[in-house]
Ligand binder design. Structure first.
Ligand code: PLP
Length: 450
């Protein structure tokens, strides 16, 4: 390996990183992660810390999952690539589609469209939603409704439904015909209440109001994350998603569940939709589907949508969309091995149990650290929102958030920052001891940041 200065300087010189300012790379260089094992990562200086980020909410089984690594190696030997565009397919992909149909049967989803990641999956959902209405004889249904604080990736469609200015402003104008409702965010919202059920009802009223204003017959779909992730972890009240489902049904609007983070156990249930007892029309997945070891994703499709396309014999039903890597055999083999391991280890149950311990630990920290304004979480997706004043809720400055992250790292745990939020999303295989390590490191970080 080259020496540290070479790596840092050339990283700054030649790499533009996602979600980072290229001009900051030398003054504030990224940590260079060299290796990983179990739930730990090791940097080029030899420091090993628990990965409280879980890669990027995707390495749910940790870094030493041999069956997935072997499946990738074996598939590279057998068939390293072939296209799944019309005319060809491959055995691991077919087997995966069979397993996914069983996995998501309870969610009412039986067909899969494969992608190379989360943004691709969201884009696919948006396109299929519009096309469904064309197939169904309602071509004027083209608009989308989404939530503020929602995150749906970075393609133009996804960016257009994103509910955070940071991911929109520099890329405007985005897709027209997208409307945003308030986020289910008790700590900050326009409704003058912190009651999650009241907030759910208020957003549902906003939705009805927007539908009346736009005209139901112009709206293709409503998209939401069952638990909002990158926007700062917002856990809606249990009534929220069912309410939105009912409104969609009443007006012929499709419900897209963006489960790029929540599918495969992170919330403590095997899907976020299942957590809330809702059956979506389209579900975007990616990330944990291959445990982060291979870029891959799947859009799961409900029978209603599938029937409309499959019974349509003209060009409107033909899918003019897809990626070179839609149905990559190595990704499919990785996903098959991942599904098997997730089930064997019952990681959803562990995420639920460890998540409760983690949330309790974070709530205890809030009692001792004034810097914490709010604590939120479901399963192993949790956040601390940092404020300088609990009464005014003024956001903590960037340098305090950075100090916390650095001190937590020194104390042995990597966490992620997003604005004034600290996001904690470790692998789902962590133990109770690991939970204590995370809480202790955050404790040290909060002391350093105060
Ligand atoms: N949708 C959600 C809910 C996400 O959290 C993300 C990424 O974090 C995406 C879409 C985009 O996924 P990707 O970064 O793999 O393109």
């Amino acid at each position: 390996m080259r020496e540290t200065n070479f790596l840092t300087e050339n990283n700054a010189r030649h790499i533009w990183h996602p979600m980072a300012h290229p001009a900051e790379m030398l003054a504030n260089p990224p940590r260079i992660v060299k290796s990983a094992s179990g739930v730990d990562i090791t940097d080029i200086h030899g420091k090993t810390v628990l990965d409280g980020v879980g890669g990027l909410w995707n390495v749910n089984l940790g870094y030493s999952c041999e069956p997935i690594k072997k499946a990738i190696r074996d598939q590279l030997d057998e068939l390293p690539y072939y296209s799944a565009f019309r005319g060809t397919t491959n055995p691991p992909l077919i087997e995966l589609s069979y397993e996914l149909a069983a996995w998501f049967k309870e969610d009412g989803l039986s067909r899969a469209f494969f992608t190379s990641g989360g943004s691709d999956s969201v884009e696919t959902c948006l396109r299929l939603a519009r096309q469904y209405h064309k197939v169904n004889g309602q071509p004027e249904r083209t608009k989308f409704v989404a939530l503020k604080k929602g995150y749906h990736g970075t393609h133009f469609g996804g960016a257009s439904v994103n509910g955070n200015a940071n991911f929109r402003r520099n890329y405007e104008p985005l897709m027209p015909g997208v409307f945003h409702l308030a986020a289910p965010y008790p700590y900050r919202n326009p409704f003058g209440t912190e009651d999650p059920a009241e907030i759910a009802a208020a957003i549902a009223r906003q939705f009805e109001d927007e539908i009346a204003f736009q005209g139901a017959d112009t709206i293709a779909a409503f998209i939401m994350e069952p638990v909002l992730g990158a926007g700062g972890i917002m856990v809606p009240h249990e009534t929220f998603m069912p309410l939105m489902r009912a409104i969609c049904d009443k007006h012929g609007i499709l419900l897209i569940a963006d489960e790029v983070i929540t599918a495969f156990g992170r919330t403590g249930a095997w899907s976020g939709s299942r957590l809330w007892g809702v059956k979506p029309d389209l579900m975007s997945t990616a990330k944990a589907i291959t445990n982060g070891y291979y870029p891959f994703g799947a859009v799961m499709i409900a029978d209603k949508i599938a029937d409309a396309f499959e019974s349509n014999k003209n060009a409107t039903g033909s899918i003019g969309h897809g990626y070179t890597y839609s149905g990559h055999p190595v990704g499919a083999a990785a996903a098959l091995a991942t599904l098997k391991e997730m089930k064997r280890l019952d990681v959803a149950a562990n995420a639920g149990a460890r998540g409760e311990e983690l949330l309790a630990g974070l709530q205890a920290l809030r009692k001792r650290h004034e810097l914490i304004g709010d604590v939120r979480g479901k399963g192993l997706m949790c956040a601390l929102e940092l404020v300088t004043d609990r009464v005014t809720k003024a956001a903590a400055p960037k340098d305090a958030v950075q100090r916390l992250q650095d001190a937590a790292y020194e104390a042995g745990v990597m966490v992620r920052t997003s604005g004034s939020n600290i996001i904690i999303s470790p692998p789902l295989v962590i133990t109770a001891t690991d939970v204590n390590r995370i809480v202790a490191a955050l404790d040290a970080g909060l002391t350093a940041a105060a």
